[in-house]
Design a protein around this ligand. Structure first.
Ligand code: ADP
Ligand code: MG
Length: 218
């Protein structure tokens, strides 16, 4: 499958996204979709669960970021999207990209919650509230257990670099977080590789997912 396949969009402006998001993409100079974006974004924007596999640097953050921003209602000041990443560095990268994509949405609050950082400021930020939380599983679960974080209104869950999260032994912690999320939600799982363990996770966490894969040779 290639980007020129007629049933895949080629450019961002042909996607059914909210106008401010499209305008901001133009301002950012994002024109053509990458292959994984072309394959995944129509299903993501339509609200389907998606498993996306493509190598590092292929634009997976923009794929899930546009999906969750499209669904977000900034008037409702509560956590509507949760993005789980394996490391603080990756969570910071994702938050940076989301802030770029969200520039057109006024008053949007994106919060990172990662291990290795002091609790105090995180608890303070959580008291102020957020629309999107990006973080590492251990710290997110910690805040949940202590009653600092309410995930009952999450509409979109993203498991980014899910293969690495499993490699790092986050399976049990992921299960504890999943128990706190609404069953009716969209779940997007992204991974650079697709080991067998991902299948088991996906079948428990996603519902009738579309699986899109960009072969490593691309
Ligand atoms: P991945 O998560 O697949 O490793 P990223 O989402 O981090 O990849 O994207 C890698 C880089 O490509 C980022 O700097 C991002 O801003 C850029 N990028 C993503 N999609 C596009 C696009 N359609 N056009 C131009 N640049 C893009
Ligand atoms: Mg990534």
């Amino acid at each position: 499958m290639t980007q020129s396949d007629s049933n895949h969009p080629r450019d961002f402006q042909s996607l059914p996204l909210q106008k401010p998001l499209l305008k901001n993409l133009q301002d950012l100079g994002y024109e053509q979709l990458t292959e994984i974006q072309a394959m995944a974004l129509p299903a993501i924007v339509a609200g389907r669960d998606v498993i996306g596999q493509a190598k590092t640097g292929s634009g997976k953050t923009v794929a899930f970021g546009l999906g969750l921003l499209h669904k977000l209602n900034v008037e409702q000041f509560r956590v509507q999207s949760l993005v789980l990443c394996p490391t603080r560095e990756l969570a910071d990268q994702v938050a940076r990209e989301l802030r770029k994509l969200a520039r057109a949405i006024h008053n949007i609050k994106i919060l990172t919650l990662c291990g290795g950082m002091p609790f105090g400021p995180q608890i303070g930020s959580l008291k102020h509230g957020a629309h999107i939380v990006v973080g590492t599983p251990g710290r997110i679960e910690d805040h949940l257990r202590k009653g600092n974080l309410d995930l009952k209104h999450v509409k979109t869950l993203v498991l980014d670099e899910a293969d690495r999260m499993l490699d790092m032994g986050f399976q049990a912690v992921l299960d504890q977080i999943l128990a706190e999320l609404p069953k009716a939600r969209q779940t997007l799982l992204f991974s650079a590789t697709y080991p067998k363990t991902i299948d088991a996770l996906a079948s428990r966490v996603l519902s009738a997912p579309l699986k899109v894969e960009v072969a490593a040779s691309h």
